[in-house]
Design a protein around this ligand. Structure first.
Ligand SMILES: Nc1ncnc2c1ncn2[C@@H]1O[C@H](COP(=O)(O)OP(=O)(O)OP(=O)(O)O)[C@@H](O)[C@H]1O
Ligand SMILES: [Mg+2]
Length: 365
């Protein structure tokens, strides 16, 4: 997969920009607050129709403008695909693949795959459970596009139920209707989360061992309901049981107490919870292993290499981890890197990298 070209109009601090990628590796340099992360965000948005920095699409539209445009040409297995997005809040965004409108997100997000690795990811283990769930959910979306629908369905029912619980005069029959829908929606999510974690665990623990030598990485899903990967219909039954057991409590507390929205992911190094005990370096090794494993999983599942976006991350890694990362991305993986300076990169690596400057929302070749 190769992102050949990207055009932005009124996106974040870009008025109008048109950039063609000439090499497999591109390094965007520039001072702080010039638009480096914004550019990577646009590429990420093309792949995921989401961004880990935004709550609402309006934030992507340039101040004082109404609409933002992102267009791109992608070469995928020898075929050229044009992507167009018009972000026009509060209206729905307009999505086109090769000029044809797509109403379903999953028909759009299938085209471009990316793995994004930014300095904020290095805080994944120190962050909140919601940060870890977001990482996992976005990673799953890349290999199971229909997972986006699963999440949307679950969130819709959960919000409806939460609204209902916050009102007086609860009808137990109505709660049963919500719970049976939630049991199905929850198991659709947890099943794929556990499946994906099994896959990533086996790859990441190998990579982790290459960097850390003697340490053993394990990953566990923490849920009050589901302890292991079991058939999906069994999961639904378990969810229904626990939802029924919690009916009274949920009515008193007026909130949804059971479901994948309360789960977490536990990383263990030599059986110790890395969220609590790992050093900063150990945490970075875990995240690096996870990100490189995401690349492998997407390549294996889709038969095509995803793009790798490295936002300011190399400066945060020591020599050993930096070398491991750069060695792993040699070859065909198109990599878009941002950094304040070229200082952190070794000469050999830079010899095959196109270096481009970004200044105040303009790309200067
Ligand atoms: N919707 C928007 N409209 C206009 N400008 C915006 C919008 N959203 C963000 N910006 C501005 O874009 C600028 C560049 O942000 P960006 O995060 O891309 O910087 P950066 O080059 O990655 O900097 P750093 O090196 O500090 O990470 C910021 O100053 C921010 O205020
Ligand atoms: Mg930045």
């Amino acid at each position: 997969m190769f992102l050949k070209n990207i055009k932005l109009k009124n996106f974040r601090n870009y008025s109008e920009v048109n950039f063609s990628f000439n090499k497999n590796k591109t390094l965007f340099t520039g001072k702080n607050a010039q638009g480096k992360t914004n550019l990577l965000e646009a590429v990420f948005y093309l792949a995921m129709l989401n961004s880990n920095r935004i709550k609402k699409d309006i934030e992507l539209v340039k101040f004082d403008k109404d609409m933002a445009y992102i267009s791109a040409s992608v070469e995928k297995q020898g075929v050229n695909i044009d992507l167009d997005i018009v972000i026009n809040p509060p209206k729905n965004k307009i999505l086109k693949v090769n000029g044809i409108k797509k109403s379903k997100h999953k028909d759009f997000v299938r085209v471009l795959s990316v793995v994004n690795f930014s300095s904020s990811d290095l805080m994944l283990l120190r962050g909140e459970p919601s940060d870890r769930r977001k990482w996992l959910d976005l990673a799953i979306t890349q290999v199971y596009p229909k997972y986006t629908d699963n999440l949307a369905k679950f969130n819709k029912i959960r919000l409806q139920k939460a609204n209902y619980l916050s009102n007086f005069g609860i009808n137990p029959d109505m709660l049963d209707v919500f719970n049976s829908q939630l049991a199905i929606a929850s198991s659709n999510i947890v099943y794929l989360r556990l499946k994906f974690l099994e896959e990533i665990k086996s790859i990441a623990s190998e990579k982790h061992k290459c960097i850390s030598e003697f340490e053993n990485l394990d990953i566990k899903y923490e849920s009050a309901v589901i302890k292991e990967l079991i058939p999906i219909d069994k999961m639904t039954e378990l969810f229904l049981d626990v939802l029924n057991q919690n009916k009274e409590k949920e009515i008193i507390r007026q909130t949804c107490l059971v479901g994948p929205h309360r789960d977490d992911i536990c990383f263990l190094i030599n059986n110790l919870d890395a969220r609590k005990y790992a050093s900063q370096g150990q945490q970075r090794t875990i995240v690096l292993a996870l990100k490189l494993s995401e690349l492998d999983i997407i390549s294996n599942k889709t038969g095509d290499n995803p793009l790798l976006l490295l936002d300011d991350v190399l400066a945060e890694l020591d020599d050993k981890r930096q070398n491991f990362l750069l060695k792993s991305i040699k070859g065909e993986i198109q990599t878009i890197i941002t950094s304040v300076d070229t200082f952190f990169f070794d000469k050999e690596f830079l010899s095959d990298v196109e270096i481009v400057n970004i200044e105040n929302g303009e790309i200067i070749k």
